[in-house]
Write a protein that binds this ligand. Structure first.
Ligand code: FEO
Ligand code: CA
Ligand code: CA
Ligand code: CA
Length: 514
């Protein structure tokens, strides 16, 4: 297919400078088309594209690189969907709007004969998955007391990043679910999971409790040398952990989507960076720690030994209160683990640690894990800091990752909007998209490929299989707006429109063979 030739990285685009423009700025000879933006009608039923566009995945229709289903996550809602929210909290109507505009969209997109990417509103596949859509619960917490005996959950929301499976479905991650669950008076334990949907079949909707409940950022799926399925996951909180799920059964390509059952049974592990080991997050391990005479609680999990023994009596409890269980069994608190990608070249694992001001890690870093024997199923590893954010490397606060076939890592940044163009973040200006080679002379050096509109963050980079198109979300442009008459951004600058609309851009201009 393509060689692993990082010398070409500097050849295929002229890096841009940081920008303060209210525009998606690209290198010369590249262009973008907005395929879907907030509130666009996506199907004949009149359903609307959600807000807070984040993760994207493209599924070719009949092998096409120019027509397919685009699955997009919708992470949160803001003033452009809800109008101003009173200090006393959102109204009932605003809560319902949040449940509707969060979740996911499946849209059908295509490139027309003029080379313009568009949405097809006549699609038979296009649909919304919202905070009202029912999901089947699977795994150890299904039907148990800790979930109120539930076998189904209402809706998904706060969908951040995600990942595709080996069997052509999408995993979508419920991240900061607490606020909306509380406002909507929904049972909080029903959220904070990884959900799975099939873009081509609307009835397939699962919440997989075996993957744990926390502030899920992403999934990155691979295969162990013995054929078991591996899923790496980040918990995007300050001082939270990195996880790896290993399925009990083995992947069988011929089984197609039935492989989804692999996500219902297996072992969840947490990274102990002090000793380079994956520690099992199981009820057996938690009980053993809590029954020890010299029980230590090095990371200060709240509760006495006796209270924790009462709290953790089954694997359902462990997956539901996963962060606490992980710390008890030796998981290392880290600096906000966001996206994770497995290198398609050498099976090393890249993790964005976006930042953590508690420890003075203001610009964040990208960690690279080397599993023993290059086996993703290994329970021992080594690691290094692959790239550190800061003035010298040219990026700050790394978030989502994607690989191209030349071994370049595409990295978007998430400097919080209130810090844009201020203090130590000043030189970075608006958030952007960077290209970092993972081997060769330029290894670890970031070149800027794109800059987002005002107050935005670029999220969910995803290439078509031929790498001629890069989909990317423009999330929360104009989010500092307090007066709808004076928005801080009006991207995508539709004629006569005074709203900033998050949405998905299709970037083209890549030369064949990069
Ligand atoms: Fe939703 Fe962790 O970014
Ligand atoms: Ca993120
Ligand atoms: Ca982030
Ligand atoms: Ca975000």
């Amino acid at each position: 297919l393509f060689g692993f030739n990082t010398n070409k990285v500097t050849g295929f685009f002229d890096p841009i400078d940081p920008s303060m423009e209210d525009e998606l700025v690209l290198p010369k000879n590249f262009k973008y088309d907005v395929v879907a933006a907030f509130d666009d009608i996506i199907n004949p039923a009149g359903e609307k594209f959600g807000q807070g566009a984040d993760y994207n995945a493209f599924f070719p229709i009949e092998g096409s690189n120019t027509r397919g289903l685009l699955v997009t996550n919708h992470e949160y809602t803001n003033i452009f969907a809800l109008g101003p929210v009173a200090d006393s909290g959102p109204t009932k109507k605003q809560i319902e709007q949040s449940l509707y505009y969060q979740g996911m969209s499946v849209t059908e997109v295509y490139r027309d004969e003029q080379g313009v990417w568009k949405l097809d509103p006549t699609s038979k596949y296009a649909r919304r998955i919202t905070g009202f859509t029912s999901f089947d619960i699977t795994g150890p917490a299904k039907g148990t007391k800790v979930l109120g005996n539930a076998t189904k959950a209402q809706g998904t929301f706060a969908n951040c990043s995600g990942g595709v499976t080996l069997w052509n479905t999408v995993l979508s991650c419920e991240e900061n679910f607490e606020d909306l669950a509380g406002q909507a008076k929904l049972p909080e334990t029903h959220y904070g999971w990884v959900v799975e949907v099939d873009p081509f079949e609307a009835s397939f909707r699962k919440k997989h409790t075996a993957l744990g409940r926390f502030n899920h950022e992403n999934t990155a799926m691979g295969i162990a040398k013995d054929g078991r399925v591996i899923v790496y996951m980040g918990d995007d909180k300050k001082d939270a952990c990195v996880y790896k799920f290993i399925s009990k059964g083995k992947y069988n390509k011929a089984s197609g989507r039935a492989n989804s059952a692999l996500l219902e049974e297996g072992t969840l592990y947490v990274a102990n960076l002090k000793v380079g080991k994956w520690a099992p997050v199981t009820i057996e391990a938690v009980k053993e720690v809590l029954s020890s005479d010299n029980f230590k609680n090095p990371y200060g999990v709240s509760g006495t030994k006796e209270e924790l023994q009462k709290k953790f009596t089954s694997q359902a409890d462990v997956v539901t209160y996963c962060h606490q269980a992980a710390l008890l069994v030796g998981g290392t608190p880290t600096d906000r683990p966001e996206d994770i990608e497995i290198s398609p070249f050498d099976s090393t694992v890249f993790i964005c640690h976006t930042n953590n001001d508690i420890h003075g890690n203001i610009h964040g870093h990208i960690t690279r894990i080397f599993e023993n024997n290059d086996d993703l199923g290994s329970l021992e590893f080594n690691f290094e800091i692959f790239a550190a954010g800061g003035r010298q490397s040219g990026f700050s606060s790394p978030d989502n990752l994607a690989f191209d076939s030349n071994g370049n890592l595409w990295v978007v940044t998430d400097i919080s909007t209130s810090s844009h163009n201020k203090g130590v973040y000043k030189s970075f200006m608006n958030n952007g998209l960077f290209v970092i080679p993972t081997s060769g002379n330029n290894q670890g050096q970031a070149l800027q490929f794109a800059s987002g509109p005002k107050d935005s963050e670029l999220t969910g980079p995803y290439f078509t299989p031929d790498e001629q198109t890069l989909f990317i979300s423009v999330q929360h442009p104009g989010e500092m707006t307090t007066d709808l008459k004076n928005p801080t951004s009006t991207w995508p600058h539709r004629k006569g429109d005074k709203k900033a609309r998050c949405g998905v851009a299709a970037i083209s201009g890549f030369k064949l063979g990069l």
